[in-house]
Design a binder for this molecule. Sequence first.
Ligand code: ADP
Ligand code: MG
Length: 705
Amino acid sequence: MPISLTNSVQYLDGVGPQRAATLEARGIITVGDLLSCLPFRYEDRLRFTPIAEIIPGQVQTIFAEVTGGGGTTVRFQRSRRSIFHVAVRDASGTVYVRFFHGGYLEGKLKDGQKLVLHGKVDEDRYRPGRLEMVNPQMEFIGASEGGAADSTEVGRIVPIYEAIGAISSRMLRRIIYRVLANFDGNIPEPLPPQILERYRFPARREALLYAHFPPQDQSIELLNNYRSPAQIRLIFEEFFYYQLALALRRLGDHSRRGIAMRVREEKVRAAVKRILPFKPTTAQKRVLAEIAADLEKPFPMNRLLEGDVGSGKTIVAFEAATIVIENGYQVALMAPTEILAAQHYLSARRIFQAAGYGVELIASGRKRSRKDEALARVESGAAQIVVGTHALIEDPVAFKKLGLVIVDEQHRFGVLQRKRLIDKGVSPHVLVMTATPIPRTLALTLYGDLEISVIDEMPPGRTPIETLWKEESQLLAVWEAVRREISAGRQAYVVYPVIEESKQELKAATAEYERLAKHVFPQLRIGLLHGRLKNDEKDSVMDQFRRNEIQILVATTVIEVGVDVPNATLMVIEHADRFGLAQLHQLRGRIGRGSEKSRCILVARKNISGEARARIETMVATCNGFEIAEQDLKQRGPGEFFGTRQHGDAAFSVAQPLRDHEILELARREAFALAENPQRAAEIIARLESVSPSWRQRYHLASVG
Ligand code: ADP
Ligand code: MG
């Protein structure tokens, strides 16, 4: 019987119950799911480079067999690290191959075993003319010694898959090859015909076939860049449905009743003007206009405010809050840490005092009686702006008339937490702020159901921060620099990666604080701040630092977000190699907030790993948060960047927002256009069922269409 898309993978040749379980753990249940797992790379095994023609230093794919002759045999060294050595040859020459931690290969590589090896080929440093490969990717060809090579293995462009558990790339290839060879050919076409025509996309059926086993004349470069017609189509498809879901969700939002605020009234405008302590930048003005236009509409705002650290998002949020309060509603402002919440509370009080608005702080760990009073004021409506941490979303907090929810540093909160706060009002407006500026295309995928506003300009009078990389041996000079800064009347941060000493041999904030206070800066006023202090201790340390009673603040990453003390102009970060790029940038954002020149000194050994080096070099080279975020994404990938894969990554198996951003833009345009016609959209979504029943869920299209 021919195989069809809906068949379970369990009954395929070469699968069986155990492998089926492995596949199922990855969400691969049907043949359709299996065919969605595309190769991550392709090898041209039509034309192998003969060993004699290899130019050292290049990545090559070679086809050779294990050789026991010529004095070289398969040997296994039991040193501290087990290194497995093997020599391979083709008709033209020999390559010496080493596998670190290669103990598992012992006894597996018989003389004459045919292998395809992929990796960098170098010249042996000590033996000129001798070629070597270290830890190449390796595939056995032919079942055993002398066995014939399978047609899936050589003589074609060969797909290389990510292994799934114990299922190797080679096994997957065989399974998929057999599926395609016995396939009933019935792959429905879900994309609208107009789109297929407009972009000359191949049909889904052809695209899948060629993405797994490309035709001989397909360019290997295009394939490995994911730009063959088949791959482009499949990437487009994933973005298209994802964006269609976002577009429909957004339309749904627009049909919800919201609170239309009066914005143009003279009284409201005057109130907004009155709270401004300075002249807003052009970017701040533009962004406020975008927010105000949303607040006027009869459906809830859903907007993301992006801007680099220190670009002045808070005041924009406060202006929006003013509009809402003048309309008789309450505002909730949620921050990710107690320190940041306290900071916002203080600025809100300072700014709103004159207007006579009630400002309240809800935080865990305050005194019971004070907390109850605060809760009562929120419930009665006497508190018009309510600042807090996630304590805000807890049950006892009830609002009288919540009109606007502001979430600061969105990347720290899950979508659910945001939703729980929103549910405390009746369709309140929502403004989400993030200080991890991300490229627009990525913002579109991650927060595609939000409107996006960007503050792309810094307040005037900032001098760029100078960033230096110093070694630990230079610490004396670093402390000298701190001393000079303090005697000029300014303040400094010294940051450590951990609170207490541990086996990791990292300097810890607590111990270093004591050492610095006693031995390095005995004449200076020095304070300690970390996450395990009680709230009132944190408040008191921050107050003293703000008033310059503390001159040097030793801290952990608790100061990463929000802390705003413009007189602090120097930051020393020890073990800088231990921090992520976004984190370093956030930390550095604590200085450079006034007009004085600020400096950030990153302390780390010079012989650190390549990745850590790249992070520090990026920090030294640029202060631009958008550039840094882009670098960070390249180094870590979006999943890790956000510390979570919940954001839609899961919806993509081929597509990658950063790499494929042009295709994303295209798909977004088409999807949003289609969503304008709900009936057509419903038809297209219905067709997805025929491709795979799991797809509606995958794209969260279950609730629409
Ligand atoms: P972030 O975007 O990181 O939240 P903040 O809102 O904390 O930045 O603003 C950083 C600093 O810049 C604050 O001290 C704020 O008072 C100041 N600031 C904001 N906007 C302006 C402006 N238009 N002119 C001068 N200073 C400003
Ligand atoms: Mg902020």
